[in-house]
Design a protein around this ligand. Structure first.
Ligand SMILES: CC(C)(COP(=O)(O)OP(=O)(O)OC[C@H]1O[C@@H](n2cnc3c(N)ncnc32)[C@H](O)[C@@H]1OP(=O)(O)O)[C@@H](O)C(=O)NCCC(=O)NCCS
Length: 152
């Protein structure tokens, strides 16, 4: 089940974020995202196992962050979360943008399945833990008028 993130979910969300990100968002950033962005979670058997944060800007949107708990990856939950979160956007965006590490093949494959495609490469955008940097792939999804069928 996908639903809006609440303040009470932030601890569980931070735990997942810390498991999957080398430069994780802070507790405070997630607290603020509940009010500032379209922040959603996905539950399995009543447990929060993933989250997604979308920023609506006029007639566009940015996918800022998403993750699924490693114990629950590969079960279709990431796709379900992204699909339903995009449908919850109220501004009917013309385009949805995102940035992703070039090495993050799982995320890139998920986004391509959800009809995002690469439009640019931002060189040396992300810091690595060893002091080197990694390119960001910029992807966009063009939304049709038939918003409900974006993922069909
Ligand atoms: C990216 C992520 C959200 C995918 O979530 P998930 O629940 O495992 O993904 P799903 O099971 O819904 O898979 C959907 C599609 O993504 C792709 N995919 C998912 N995991 C993959 C993997 N390990 N390798 C290649 N493709 C993969 C596939 O195309 C898959 O479709 P298919 O099952 O029909 O082949 C998850 O791996 C994750 O949380 N990663 C760490 C955080 C992260 O990188 N977030 C994104 C950048 S902010």
């Amino acid at each position: 089940m996908v639903r809006l993130m609440q303040q009470a979910d932030v601890s569980a969300v931070v735990k997942i974020e810390n498991l999957v990100q080398s430069h994780p968002w802070t507790y405070k950033q997630f607290q603020e995202s509940v009010d500032s962005y379209l922040s959603t979670v996905i539950e399995k058997n009543g447990q929060v196992v993933g989250f997604c944060i979308l920023q609506a800007v006029v007639d566009e949107a940015n996918l800022l962050l998403m993750a699924i708990d490693p114990d629950f990856q590969g079960q279709g939950l990431g796709y379900e979360l992204l699909d339903q979160s995009v449908q919850m956007l109220k501004n009917n965006p013309v385009h949805i943008f995102l940035e992703v590490r070039e090495s993050n093949k799982a995320a890139i494959a998920l986004y391509e399945k959800a009809h995002f495609h690469q439009i640019d490469l931002r060189k040396n955008y992300y810091p690595n833990t060893d002091g080197t940097r990694e390119h960001a792939i910029i992807m966009v999804k063009s939304c049709s008028d038939d918003f409900a069928s974006l993922f069909s």
